[in-house]
Structures are given as C-alpha cells and as structure tokens.
Design a binder for this molecule. Structure first.
Ligand SMILES: Nc1ncnc2c1ncn2[C@@H]1O[C@H](COP(=O)(O)OP(=O)(O)OP(=O)(O)O)[C@@H](O)[C@H]1O
Ligand SMILES: [Mg+2]
Length: 230
C-alpha cells in the first residue's frame, strides 16, 4: 500500500462536511455493504457452524458422511472468500494500485469476460502528468464511474459493443464510455436510480464535469472531463 506523503497531509478542518445528497449516497452504500455482509458472509458462516456441529456428531459414525460434510465445509469457506473479496472490492478496489490507465484497462477486460459484451479500451497516448500519477482518489473515482456506466450499458442498453477511451493532454483528462445500444431520454431518466446522479457527483468532486449524450434509439455516451494542472 502506498502511504500518503506528508506534503498531502489533510487536517479535519480541510474536509468540508458532506451535503445531504452525499450523506444519502453514503448511507445507501453502507446499507448495501451491511446487507451483503449479512446475506452472504453471515449465511456462509452459519452454514459452516452447522456443518461443524454435524461433523462432531458423525465422528463416531460413517466416514462417507464425514467426507461429504468436510467437502461442503470447504465449499462454504471458498464462497466466504469470494464474498469477502467482493466486499473489499466494493469498499476499495485493489486494482487501484495499478494506477489509472491499467486499472481502467483491467476493468474493461474483466467486464468483457464476465458479461460477454465486447468492450474495447483505448489507452492514452500521453503519460499521466505526475500530479495525477499517484492520485488514488482520482483512480478510484474514475473506476467507479466506469463500472456504473458499463453496468448501465449491460442492464439497460441492449448494446453489442462498448468503447472506453482515456485521453490526456496538457490541459485536460477525458474518459469516454460509449455504447451502441438503444439509448434513452436523459431528461426523464433522472430519479429512476442513483447511478447517474452518483457518477455526476463523483465527477464534480474531482473538479470536473460529466456529460451524458443519449437519445432513444441512438448510442449512449458518458464523458467525464477534468482539468489537468500543469
Ligand atoms: N447506457 C444506457 N442505455 C440505455 N438506458 C440507460 C443507460 N444508462 C442509463 N439508462 C437509463 O437511465 C436510468 C437511470 O440510470 P441510473 O444508473 O441512474 O439508475 P439504474 O441503473 O436504473 O439503477 P442504479 O444505478 O441505482 O442501480 C436507467 O434506469 C435507464 O432507464
Ligand atoms: Mg445504474
């Protein structure tokens, strides 16, 4: 893990209190994490406890039952591991350590594998400016925007192909996620979920803008633009 340098030390006075919308989104995320922990890890641990209790009872009896129960216990441990990794990934994706371009490339490849939808990533031609190279907050924010946009395309777009482009020049950084799906009317979509709102909010927290272009029957393009300090 990278340690924050002393030059970037943040005192509590520097942190603005969250506004009502931010607080609401935080509570929704915390509730989801709590639900995941309860439903998945909780159920797996309960199952594991029951298997161990039965194992003790059966120790005197037949080997076949004990073998089957041991295998089941191993399955539960492996599922609990998967749940743990998924909660960790939601809290703070380990792939952030790769740095921005590689984290986004990894996400596109993982999406490709998991969804079966073609997703092409074009890396930037220019290196990330040094000021942004080690900015984990930037990487995690853009990764979450990308994940939400990819999920939206998967769930709502009936798309065949997605393109993700990361452009960097001396003035700005631009992340574009485009699908070739059925589109929608952005003026009537707000309020249907919290994904679009939280993408916009993340872009603003980075000091940038999120632009959403879509019409029913046309492609959908999500573009985040951030100014880059020299
Ligand atoms: N790429 C897309 N193609 C077609 N429709 C989309 C696309 N992205 C968003 N939409 C429409 O915009 C609505 C709002 O999206 P938003 O991400 O805010 O919510 P959601 O995906 O429905 O739920 P949540 O993200 O909270 O799980 C969606 O319900 C869908 O109708
Ligand atoms: Mg969504």
């Amino acid at each position: 893990m990278k340690q924050p340098s002393a030059a970037h030390h943040i005192s509590p006075d520097d942190i603005a209190p969250p506004n009502a919308l931010e607080q609401r989104i935080r509570e929704i995320e915390r509730a989801r994490i709590a639900r995941d922990l309860h439903d998945e890890l909780g159920a797996q641990l309960t199952g594991l406890g029951m298997v161990l209790a039965q194992l003790r009872e059966n120790l005197e009896k037949d080997r076949v039952t004990i073998l089957a129960q041991t295998e089941y216990a191993q399955q539960l441990i492996s599922q609990a591991h998967d749940s743990l990794h998924s909660v960790i990934d939601d809290l703070y994706p380990p792939v952030v350590e790769f740095g921005l371009p590689d984290a986004l490339a990894w996400q596109c490849a993982a999406f490709n594998r998991q969804s079966g939808l073609a997703c092409t990533f074009s890396p930037p031609l220019q290196h990330l400016p040094q000021s942004l190279g080690s900015d984990d907050f930037l990487t995690v924010s853009l990764l979450r925007i990308l994940r939400e946009a990819l999920n939206n395309s998967l769930r709502h777009a009936v798309a065949r192909h997605l393109r993700v482009d990361l452009l960097i020049d001396d003035q700005q950084l631009q992340l574009t996620i485009a699908d070739d799906g059925q589109g929608f009317d952005p003026t009537t979509a707000s309020g249907q979920g919290h994904g679009l709102r939280s993408m916009r909010q993340r872009a603003h927290l980075l000091g940038g803008q999120l632009q959403l272009d879509s019409v029913p029957g046309g492609p959908t393009v999500v573009r985040v633009t951030l100014p880059v300090a020299p």
